[in-house]
Design a protein around this ligand. Structure first.
Ligand code: SF4
Ligand code: SF4
Length: 371
């Protein structure tokens, strides 16, 4: 073990992606054109061992034990920082983002569904293919193996995406594999799932739901079905089991009306949440999303209520400042400064600072617990 360069992902993540395993999350891939990945082997045990060996090799590259011309991983990544780099360090985050997986929604922005906003998707949302694929049982076996070999730290967390987990044909197995692990379930909440609810209660897990609307008409436009009331009912049910994190992806001209924004703020109030995660929809121009984001910010915080709206994208802080002035001349300068400092301190300095900020909510006993 020595002082050298590494990134927080490399020493903590195992990411189950499409047909590969990654060593960092998708966000991190933006920083490195050739992100290290590895294929599944013919058994869970062999795959787990191959993962550990490759992780060790990547860390050795960074310590200069492998000549530069033979390196094929992380060298040059912008996320590398001087830090202690040790391949014996236990893993502490599991990410599920593999396909094929099913989903009943047809979100306007879905990269997998064949979405209406950006063009054809990769069509990886398929129940039959998910049922027939060996990947989910393989992943459960890999986690089981790594758990038995003590490769996970006691503070391990998991994020569960992969289509819609509540209707995944291997749901039970996948969630069981995360027993004892605090998990974030990315769900559309169209279905209330007892197993997830109990996981929330038992392991302080939470659900993350992109609501993206405050009216049923807009919900239908964005999600492709009439599930708004059903989702709201399910949010009330989940609320009894633990935390909910609601997300609002602003899509200009579609969900940035006063009706929608007031509707979602009313929903937060009625369910007893005090936090809304608002963001620019990834493929939309920021300047077009900004009026909606500013409206959300104003509806959540400047009205004197305790709700907090945030714009989490790390690169937007200066723009938020700029646009806050442009789109809301009535906001007091002190408030603008507060907004600017908040984003600069919490999101801009480091992507991880944002993650820490999100995680910090769970320790804030006074919060009503939505983060
Ligand atoms: S250094 Fe970059 S490419 Fe390597 S694991 Fe970290 S984020 Fe991924
Ligand atoms: S809920 Fe998720 S997976 Fe399903 S269609 Fe929407 S974006 Fe795609």
């Amino acid at each position: 073990m020595s002082e050298m360069q590494s990134c927080r992902y490399l020493t903590s993540y195992i990411s189950f992606l499409e047909d590969k395993i990654g060593f960092c999350c998708r966000a991190a891939s933006c920083h490195q054109p050739i992100r290290p990945l590895m294929s599944y082997k013919d058994t869970a045990e062999k795959t787990a061992e191959a993962f550990l060996a490759r992780r060790h090799a990547l860390i050795s590259e960074l310590s200069g034990n492998i000549p530069l011309d033979k390196a094929q991983g992380c060298i040059g990544c912008k996320l590398l920082k001087p830090c202690q780099n040790d391949s014996r360090k236990q893993l502490s985050h599991i990410m599920y983002a593999f396909y094929p997986s099913p989903c009943q929604a047809r979100c306007i922005y879905c990269a997998h569904r064949g979405h209406r906003l950006y063009g054809p998707g990769d069509m990886k949302l398929n129940f039959k293919e998910a049922a027939a694929s060996p990947i989910a049982p393989m992943i459960a076996g890999i986690i089981d193996y790594l758990k038995k070999q003590d490769h996970f730290s006691p503070n391990t967390t998991a994020s569960v995406g992969s289509g819609e987990i509540t209707i995944h044909p291997h749901k039970e197995l996948l969630i069981n594999s995360l027993s004892g692990i605090k998990s974030a379930f990315f769900t559309n909440a169209i279905v209330f799932d007892e197993q997830i609810a109990h996981h929330m209660r038992k392991y302080k897990s939470f659900i993350n739901v992109s609501i993206d609307s405050g009216t049923s008409g807009t919900y239908r436009t964005i999600k492709g079905g009439d599930w708004f009331r059903q989702v709201v009912r399910n949010l009330y049910k989940y609320r009894d089991y633990g935390n909910i994190r609601l997300r609002y992806n602003v899509i200009p001209g579609i969900n940035d009306s006063d009706d929608d924004i007031n509707g979602v703020v009313d929903l937060l109030k009625s369910i007893g949440m005090d936090y809304l995660f608002a963001a620019q929809e990834t493929g939309m121009p920021l300047n077009e999303c900004m009026p909606g984001l500013i409206k959300i910010y104003n509806a959540c915080e400047f009205s004197g209520k305790k709700f907090t709206g945030v714009f989490p994208e790390v690169f937007t802080a200066d723009l938020v400042q700029e646009h806050a002035k442009k789109f809301d001349a009535n906001v007091a300068e002190a408030h603008r400064q507060h907004l600017y400092q908040k984003y600069k301190n919490e999101y801009v300095n480091d992507y991880f600072a944002y993650q820490d900020y999100v995680h910090s909510f769970e320790h804030n006993k006074s919060s009503k617990g939505v983060y």
